[in-house]
Design a protein around this ligand. Structure first.
Ligand SMILES: [Zn+2]
Length: 129
């Protein structure tokens, strides 16, 4: 198989970048094996970073559920939503936030004139009590 046939699945841009990278490695006495190990390590670090972010996200969600006010109908933690529509025709009462139940069969909603971040800080202070 010719080199053209072997490399035909790669775009011209990728091949050109490969030459640039390979020349640079060669100049600094590194091999393709060094590059392979380096890229593999980068990939593992990237995966670890993503896993940590996901872990933090789940931890934050669990913490929110713990401190959130509970739905009076079913006891589920109420979700907090910020309202950005200024007081006027579309928002006559000037509501700035909404606590709502996430259960599909429950229609509980509680609007507030206090901003969502204020309510959130209040939840943190109360710590779920
Ligand atoms: Zn509910």
């Amino acid at each position: 198989m010719s080199i053209g046939d072997t490399l035909q699945t790669f775009s011209f841009d990728i091949l050109q970048s490969s030459v640039t990278v390979y020349s640079h490695l060669d100049k600094h006495n590194y091999t393709i094996d060094d590059l392979t190990v380096y890229v593999k390590n980068l990939q593992e670090e990237k995966i670890k970073r993503i896993e940590k972010l996901e872990g933090d996200r789940i931890k934050n969600q669990d913490e929110y559920r713990r401190i959130a006010p509970k739905c009076p109908n079913d006891g589920l933690p109420l979700m907090l939503h910020s309202i950005h529509i200024p007081q006027g025709k579309a928002n006559k009462n000037g509501y700035k936030s909404l606590l709502y139940c996430n259960d599909e069969d429950c229609l509980y909603e509680k609007y507030s004139r206090k901003p969502a971040d204020y309510l959130y800080r209040q939840m943190i202070r109360k710590g779920g009590k």
